[in-house]
Design a protein. Sequence first.
Length: 219
Amino acid sequence: MEMGLGVRERMAKRAAKELRSGMIVNLGIGIPSMVPDYLPEGVRVIFQSENGILGMGESPKKGEEDANLCNAGGYPVTVIKGASYSDSATAFAMIRKGLIDVTMLGALQVSEKGDLANWMIPGRRVPGIGGAMELAQKAKKVVVVMNHVNKHGEPKIVKACTLPLTARKCVHLIITDMAVMEVTTEGLLLTEIMEPYDLNDVLQCTAAPLMISKSLKRV
């Protein structure tokens, strides 16, 4: 386990390793919004937010927040040199046009086929689906960053989603507090296991079949 980092921070740091210089990246609410704080040295990407920011930077230091500068979730952000602003219609046009290289989203469930459910639980009030549907359908790569199980200890990686879908067959990579899995045409491929968990832990907490990579790593 990386010293000094909590579980959420470790997940954000692992997610940041998927980014390459020159990418345009959209970040969802929660753990994905922490990714700019853990970009590998030398990697320069442009973070986009559907509320109209192109060029978000690291999280502001406590006491240095700008009340007029926030991401789509309403959390304070900074901007990099050269950042630009637009209305939401233009920001969504960027997404629908397919100009987003990677989107990183949270999820309630992901199926073995890469179906995504991340916008509502029936019976609970929600503000709306937001930009999740457009991002899941139009981003070139969809990375889900989430806890492996829900607050009841139930697997969030399942054979088939039981919650309302955001989009079908859209997820490419799943990063959790326990493991990293690729979504392939043959099913889910387990490529990394996070310390202090082992293979048995991951299998017990996953409700979908897993293929084990020949180069499986513990990180």
